[in-house]
Write a protein that binds this ligand. Sequence first.
Ligand SMILES: NC(=O)c1ccc[n+]([C@@H]2O[C@H](COP(=O)([O-])OP(=O)(O)OC[C@H]3O[C@@H](n4cnc5c(N)ncnc54)[C@H](O)[C@@H]3O)[C@@H](O)[C@H]2O)c1
Length: 343
Amino acid sequence: MYSVGVIGLGNIAARYSNPEDPYPYCHVGGIRLCESTDLVAVADLSKEQQAEFKQIWGPAFPPDSIRYYDGSAEMLSSETLDIVAVCVRGPYHYEVTMEVIEAAPKLIFLEKPMGCSLDEVDKMTKAAEAKGIPIVVDYSRHWAPHLLRLQELVRDGLIGDVQSVIGYCGGGVLSFAIHTTDLICQFAGYDPASVSAFLQPNTSTVPEGYEPEPGVIAGTIRFASGVTGYHVGQHATAPAFAVDVLGSEGSLRAGIYIGATVRNKDGELIDNSTLDLPKNASVFKVAYEQIAAYLDGGPLPHCTGDDYMAVNEIGFAMIESSSTGQTITIPCQTRNRLIYANG
Ligand SMILES: NC(=O)c1ccc[n+]([C@@H]2O[C@H](COP(=O)([O-])OP(=O)(O)OC[C@H]3O[C@@H](n4cnc5c(N)ncnc54)[C@H](O)[C@@H]3O)[C@@H](O)[C@H]2O)c1
């Protein structure tokens, strides 16, 4: 069993679901359902948040199995953990993750947005790599079981050569729509070459040193493979967190909240029963299972290293492109633009 400590007990750690939910959309629900992980410690600066967690989730775990801490520093200095989940808001990711790297768990599961600048992303990556600690970034919708299966089928030629991937989702480019940026890469590949985008300016007041986070209107991603990605922010009735994948021999539409529709070259529907699609499961359970399998000696989990870097490069290049009116070649040259990505 791998011990897990969770930092921050807000929405994504524990509040989006409760123990009765069969497909919990939160870290503690996934840790609880994964047979190889034990939740042993949680930390939150707020006593109220700790009390709420204890009341709702406490009875779902063995008595006295979870230790409570008033903050990340206290938890990290008292515990030796295999996995640490960082579930604080974006502007605190850098500071808290650097603290976690110092404590040297075996793996860090970090919420999106990974950081507020590419410079923060670079520094966290370098520090973690120096200690051999993989960081998995939680583009949580990535782990929907049918999407993982379709990713594999597409890679094996289900719709021929992928030519275009159209992903749908508006909202904050780094802290919300980034799920769809990852989804586009999940089917297009993680090799972006250049980005051009048109974003919705955000006029809210943000702390000194930061720029407000714009929202996605439209973005185009050219991948080194020749695939083109289109990020559609204003998508009317098209489903959010979904993609249309267009290939030389067919097409598919899929997303976390919609099933799969696969068509052949002539536009005829392919029977889903021929695709061996898995049953639904909590994306957090699936992610923690991938993490545990890695710790058992298996392959790296998804959304690590070069893959999260590609997604971050695209997100920040979209901001750079929209503000300069230029197409941005990746890797993005500007790495210190600090965005208040407070999702
Ligand atoms: N993957 C998803 O679908 C998804 C959905 C929602 C939020 N998120 C991400 O999760 C992160 C958290 O968002 P949220 O909505 O859960 O936030 P939240 O505000 O609900 O919770 C954050 C908690 O972290 C605590 N905290 C802050 N600093 C701390 C520290 N040093 N030690 C211990 N606790 C600390 C706060 O007291 C707060 O309770 C963000 O990065 C957000 O973008 C991801």
